[in-house]
Structure formats: structure tokens, C-alpha cells
Write a protein that binds this ligand. Structure first.
Ligand SMILES: NC(=O)c1ccc[n+]([C@@H]2O[C@H](COP(=O)([O-])OP(=O)(O)OC[C@H]3O[C@@H](n4cnc5c(N)ncnc54)[C@H](OP(=O)(O)O)[C@@H]3O)[C@@H](O)[C@H]2O)c1
Length: 305
């Protein structure tokens, strides 16, 4: 347990900072349920998929390549199905949509967990800043392509971050999504993570009664996510992780809880951290911005080859 963990208690639902994905699902039998999860081969996505499989669920496990997804599936129980989904390539995401549809399962949950963080240089993907494109647009194509497969009580969970508070002052730079007007590694990451929350919020207004869409901050966890960070900063992780970082099982808990726990089945359009609903930045409550982003993303997707 980290030093911060020692100071944190549980929230009103009995879970909190220190809870693990296994603990938040301890009472659950997920047999017969199917969850699609992106980023299954690493970090908290791997742990989330492992625990979903442990509780009996079928995990449709997406990774950037079929080889990575297939290798990871060995850890997700006998029913896991590997799917290739490179989120920065629309053709790959569309192929993943086709593949998931061919499988013919109703989806009890779609967990948009994959992500990249803080690319040091401005990088473009199909003409858009790469973090925005990968973390937001890729998942937009995936979720909107599969939404009709969502179960009557199905849940969409977007893995966001408290780093959404570090977005640009405009929140979302709707008219500068290629960052040609200026680039900041953390501003762009924060913008993409704010986009994850706004997507969940707006989606929650479109879903059928009983279906939910939420966004989570998983905590600060030592994973491969820091691969683009400065090598000096990364070398300090082993020093700081016992003080302020969650373990991977703790980091997987919030999204696993929001995707599965019966006690939160009716909660939608919310932002979660430490296994409890909480408040994000003021931008996260801007319904007009969420709608604007949705419309803009539809236009982006329409324009993609
Ligand atoms: N770790 C933290 O402290 C922290 C804090 C707040 C939020 N989060 C969020 O948590 C989520 C999971 O991150 P993590 O910490 O578990 O990091 P991680 O270990 O780096 O896992 C990220 C996953 O996303 C996949 N991914 C990256 N780019 C992709 C692409 N273009 N297409 C498809 N998949 C792609 C990675 O695949 P490859 O391995 O093949 O690259 C990997 O499976 C991310 O959305 C992140 O923003 C993490």
C-alpha cells in the first residue's frame, strides 16, 4: 500500500483508493456476460480483462495487433476472444467493429481503456493530433460502430484521467485539432482525456434507459503509459511509486467496478475516481461543449478514408 493509500478511506459504497479489481468483483458471477476491452495487453487493461475473465465473463480482448491480443488472452479465461484494433488507424478500428459484430454477442460492457500519453513532439494521425485521434476518435469509431450491440443494461466505460484538468484553457480546441496553433504534450493529453469524459457524458444522453456511459480516473499507476516521458522522470518512478502510486490491481478497480458492480447499475454520465463518483473539472459539466465535440468528431470520422 502506498503512503497515500494509508491516508485514504473507502467511499460510501465500501470501496476506495486501495480497493483492487478482484475486491470490487468479489461477489460477482459474470458468467454469460461479454465485455469488449481495448488495450488488453498491458497495464490496467490487462488486469481488468484478467479479473473479468476470472469472474466468468467472456472478454473480447482488443490490442493493436492480433498477436498481442492472442498472447494476452491466455490470461483471460477459456472464453476470451482476441481482436486486433489499432485505434490510430480507422481501417483497423472498422475491421475490429466488423469482427466483433461477426462474433454475434450482445455486449454487456465496452471498456475504452487503451491510451497514449504525453507525446513529446507534435505528432499527427490522419491530420489530427495523435493523442486526440487515438484516445478519442479511435474509440468514437469503435463505440458508435457497436452501440446497437449494447445490452439493455449495458455499460460504456471510458478510461479518462485526472490529467483532463491540464487541458488547454479552451478545454477542447475544436478549431485547432491538428495543434498547428501550438502544442503541449500535457495539454494535448489532457484534451484527449477531457474528450473521453465529454464523449461519455454526451453518449449517456443518447443511450436507451437502462444503459449507461461513464468515465473514470483510474489513479496514478506505474505502467507502460509513461514510455514517452523523460527518462530522468521515469527513473524516479521506483522512488515515488511507494508514496503516491497505486498498484496495477488497484488501478484497474474503478473501471472494473463501473463496468460490473450491481450497486452502480443506474449511474450514468458521471466521472469516477477511487471507485466512487466524483466531480471533474468545470469543462466536464459543459453539455454544450460535449455536444459540439460529438458533432465535430462525427465530421472528422466522415472525412476519414
Ligand atoms: N497509468 C496511469 O497512471 C494512468 C493515469 C490516468 C489514466 N490512465 C489511463 O489508463 C489507460 C490505460 O493505461 P495504462 O496505464 O494501463 O498504460 P499502458 O500499460 O501503456 O497500456 C495502454 C494500452 O493502450 C494500448 N494502446 C496504445 N496505443 C494504442 C493504439 N494506437 N491502438 C490501440 N491500443 C493502443 C497499449 O498497447 P501497446 O502496449 O501495444 O502500445 C496498451 O495496451 C489509458 O487510457 C491511460 O490514459 C492511466
Amino acid at each position: 500500500m502506498s503512503l497515500i493509500g494509508l491516508l485514504k478511506g473507502n467511499g460510501s459504497n465500501g470501496f476506495g483508493y486501495n480497493s483492487t479489481a478482484e475486491q470490487v468483483t468479489a461477489e460477482l458471477d459474470l458468467s454469460g456476460k461479454t465485455y469488449l476491452l481495448t488495450g488488453c495487453n498491458s497495464g490496467i487493461g490487462h488486469e481488468t480483462a484478467r479479473v473479468l475473465g476470472l469472474r466468468g465473463a467472456r472478454v473480447i480482448a482488443a490490442a493493436r495487433s492480433l498477436d498481442k491480443a492472442t498472447a494476452a488472452c491466455a490470461d483471460f479465461g477459456p472464453n476470451a476472444v482476441p481482436v486486433a484494433c489499432e485505434l490510430s488507424e480507422p481501417s483497423s478500428v472498422r475491421a475490429a467493429v466488423t469482427r466483433v459484430r461477426e462474433l454475434g454477442h450482445t455486449l454487456d460492457g465496452i471498456l475504452c481503456n487503451a491510451g497514449i500519453m504525453a507525446l513529446p513532439q507534435r505528432t499527427l494521425q490522419h491530420g489530427y493530433e495523435a493523442q486526440f485521434f487515438t484516445n478519442h476518435v479511435g474509440h468514437f469509431i469503435l463505440v458508435t460502430g457497436l452501440i446497437d450491440l449494447l445490452a439493455a443494461d449495458g455499460r460504456v466505460v471510458m478510461t479518462s484521467s485526472s490529467a483532463h484538468t491540464g487541458t488547454y484553457v479552451e478545454g477542447i480546441r475544436i478549431n485547432d485539432l491538428d495543434a498547428s496553433g501550438g502544442y503541449s504534450a500535457w495539454g494535448a493529453y489532457g484534451q484527449s482525456k477531457l474528450a473521453n469524459i465529454l464523449f461519455a457524458n454526451h453518449l449517456s444522453t443518447k443511450l436507451k434507459p437502462g444503459q449507461t456511459a461513464n468515465a473514470v480516473h483510474p489513479g496514478v499507476i506505474r505502467t507502460n503509459l509513461g514510455r514517452h516521458m523523460n527518462v530522468v522522470v521515469r527513473s524516479l518512478f521506483p522512488v515515488f511509486s511507494p508514496i503516491f502510486m497505486k498498484s496495477v490491481p488497484q488501478g484497474a478497480a474503478t473501471q472494473t467496478l463501473v463496468a460490473t458492480q450491481t450497486s452502480v447499475a443506474n449511474q450514468t454520465g458521471q466521472y469516477w475516481a477511487d471507485c466512487n463518483a466524483t466531480r471533474g473539472s468545470a469543462f466536464t459539466r459543459d453539455a454544450a461543449l460535449a455536444e459540439k465535440l460529438w458533432t465535430k468528431t462525427e465530421q472528422i470520422v466522415e472525412g476519414l478514408s
